[in-house]
Write a protein that binds this ligand. Structure first.
Ligand code: UPG
Length: 458
């Protein structure tokens, strides 16, 4: 199919709660617009965080050709929700409010060639798309390794005491890497997995922000029919790189980076929704100082940005803040991560291994010291290690299991920043990432295959 034929395709995108889910959806939307697809974005109201509503506004201003359809969530009865995590509650509110999506999607003109929605909405959206005969695709926002686990979950759950998930075609996932909530019954996150995992074969396809050069094993297993029988094709269209509309003013940080030598700065950030305990935050500060490296450290005190109240002196401690002076920059606001990782002064990234952060580090060839905190992050950290993009310390456990001491943090940061081998391997992953989006690369090939499929289905 020539690109111009994509002109006749109309696709709606339906993301779910949190920047980690929204970001790849809007990057995919930008990519589809670039290929002349007509795109409708279903925006949920209210969003959980301010970052999400700002991000959507910036996107819609930058892409006036994208139609917005507003989707208003019903208030969630908290006593029945089985979670207190605001983002999980956001998933659940979206699932339970899905009913009005039916007339909303049916009224779109021209009729949709596909609806691409978030993985957390499978059970509530499939009955709607089936009734309307709209092809259903998810954009899986995590790694292909995590997708394999998600698709296999119902099989794993029926052998709940196994010491690892032995997914056909994949290096086994040890029990210690499995999101802890999935090992406890009857909580919201586990219930979504239980309900949705067996329904993956009902989808027409899965779009994923990954690429062969990073995740050959999982992508081959998924598309080779090994993981679970009847899985639809997985279209690896990654890496979905940061777009211009995402740029935010962070002049001071970039100016500070401009004054630092090449590769000398370790960037520390745990994504958009991970708040560290105060004790752990202070140990990280001590660790950064002990590492002897320059640093740019993004502190988060609350899961949801609207709830951030206290300043750095309260959260990090005045004395520690004083001690960081001249050694690094500590901030407590939304930063432009894409620009930071792109900067020549950044030589390493202490990351929780949220999948978007992993992809962004891969895109810029920045080695990762993984410190997974919750959810899919240990499974993603395994990808980081297997691909050569970085290392992770298994003994650090999940968030709040232990307080990792500054001494050890400093030592590991020194190890990452000093490793020529890691630098070389991360540069290799960057090369693969650029190849994937270059002429004749996997991103373009899979995208064209997806367009063909969309075209054929209507
Ligand atoms: N980001 C910024 N500036 C900040 C903080 C974050 O630009 O100050 C961006 C970052 O570049 C990335 C996104 O926000 O694009 C954060 O996404 P990610 O790195 O994936 O982390 P989370 O926000 O923690 O993402 C959630 C889950 C994670 C999962 C991901 C995708 O916590 O475990 O892999 O969603 O499903």
């Amino acid at each position: 199919m020539s690109i111009s034929e994509a002109l006749h395709l109309h696709v709606a995108l339906l993301p779910s709660a949190g920047m980690g889910h929204l970001t790849p959806f809007l990057r995919l939307a930008a990519l589809l617009v670039h290929h002349h697809c007509r795109v409708t974005l279903v925006t949920t109201h209210p969003t959980v965080s301010l970052s999400e509503s700002h991000f959507v506004s910036r996107f819609l201003s930058a892409f006036p050709q994208v139609s917005e359809v507003q989707f208003h969530l019903l208030p969630l009865e908290l006593s029945s929700a089985k979670s207190t995590d605001p983002f999980f509650l956001g998933f659940e509110a979206t699932r339970r409010s899905a009913h009005p999506l039916s007339p909303l999607l049916a009224s779109l003109s021209p009729p949709l060639h596909a609806l691409v929605f978030d993985v957390t909405l499978i059970s509530s959206v499939i009955p709607i798309t089936e009734a309307l005969h709209i092809p259903s695709y998810i954009l899986f926002t995590s790694s292909a390794r995590m997708l394999s686990f998600f698709s296999y979950f119902h099989t794993f759950a029926s052998n709940a005491n196994d010491d690892s998930a032995k997914i056909p075609g994949l290096t086994p996932i040890p029990r210690s890497s499995i999101p802890p909530l999935l090992l406890i019954s009857d909580n919201l996150f586990a219930n979504i997995f239980k309900e949705d995992s067996p329904k993956v074969p009902k989808l027409n396809g899965v779009v994923i922000n990954s690429f062969e050069g990073l995740e050959a094993e999982s992508l081959e297993a998924l598309n080779g029919g090994k993981v679970v029988e009847g899985l639809p094709f997985v279209f690896a269209v990654g890496p979905l790189a940061a777009c211009e509309f995402e740029r935010v003013e962070c002049g001071d940080q970039l100016k500070w980076l401009d004054d630092q030598p090449n590769g000398s700065v370790v960037y520390v950030s745990f994504g958009s929704r991970t708040a560290m305990s105060r004790d752990q935050t202070r140990e990280i500060g001590n660790g950064l100082i002990k590492s002897g490296c320059r640093f740019l450290w993004v502190v988060k005190d609350k899961k949801v940005d609207k709830e951030e109240e206290e300043g750095l002196d309260e959260v990090v401690g005045r004395e520690l803040m004083e001690n960081t002076k001249g050694k690094g920059l500590v901030v407590k606001n939304w930063v432009d991560q894409g620009e930071i990782l792109r900067h020549r002064a950044v030589g390493g990234f202490v990351s929780h291994c949220g999948w978007n952060s992993v992809i962004e580090a891969a895109w810029h060839g920045v080695p990762i010291l993984g410190w997974p905190q919750h959810g899919d992050q240990k499974i993603n950290a395994e990808v980081v290690e297997m691909s050569g993009l970085g290392m992770w310390v298994r003994s650090w456990g999940w968030a709040e299991q232990v307080v990792v001491k500054g001494e050890e943090i400093g030592e590991r940061i020194r190890e990452m920043m000093g490793s020529e081998l890691l630098r070389r391997k991360a540069a290799g992953v960057k090369e693969e990432a650029r190849k994937a989006v270059g002429d004749g690369g996997s991103c373009g090939i899979n995208l064209m295959r997806l367009f063909e499929e969309w075209k054929m289905r209507n």
